[in-house]
Design a protein around this ligand. Structure first.
Ligand code: HEC
Length: 154
């Protein structure tokens, strides 16, 4: 909980508020997506996290099954990972849309550890909830992270 309390959206607000109000700020929505979601005081630690499991075809396939099945990720991020075809309109006005995993610039801007951190803690102030340890084991989370990486490759 401490991390949530410590973290503030202050840094993002001027940019995102400007976007939502339609005032040209010079930042695209993609630019906002590239700003790290892990709070600054935990970013270095999150970036350094590595998948301790070996990545086999089965490992990735299980990530896909979880993404589309029990973990319900595809309901918001889409089966195709673009976040555009979600079958549930979950995003509230004034909060970010589900990330487009097919965006190569976004893929390049994140380490696997940052994605794992998001699965553990969620993205505070958005509809991206924490999944560990209640809904996913650490191994399952790494499987999904590995699967998310496949959206960046055509
Ligand atoms: C209720 C809708 C919803 C569900 C279900 C959901 N997400 Fe998200 N997700 C979001 C939103 C909204 C964002 C954008 C948050 C932001 O901009 O900070 C997001 C962002 C993310 C990010 C990007 C964070 C970053 O660093 O840019 C990752 C990774 C992610 N989700 C993975 C998942 C995975 C994996 C699942 C399933 C276990 C999942 N999400 C389920 C709504 C959802």
């Amino acid at each position: 909980m401490r991390s949530l309390i410590n973290w503030s959206w202050r840094g993002l607000l001027p940019i995102t508020a400007g976007l939502w109000l339609g005032i040209g700020t010079g930042f695209s929505e993609q630019g906002v997506d590239l700003i790290p979601r892990v709070p600054p005081d935990q970013l270095a630690e999150a970036k350094a996290l590595h998948n301790p499991h070996s990545v086999t075809p089965d490992f990735v396939e299980n990530g896909k099954a979880l993404y589309e099945g029990k973990a319900f990720c595809s309901a918001c991020h889409g089966v195709d990972g673009t976040g555009k075809e979600q079958d549930v309109r979950t995003s509230r006005v004034g909060t970010p849309s589900p990330r487009n995993f097919g965006d190569a610039a976004w893929q390049a801007s994140r380490t696997d550890g940052e994605l794992f951190w998001i699965l553990k803690h969620g993205s505070h102030g958005t509809d991206m909830a924490p999944y560990l340890p209640l809904y996913l084991t650490e191994e399952e989370a790494w499987q999904i992270v590995t699967y998310i990486r496949s959206f960046g490759k055509s």
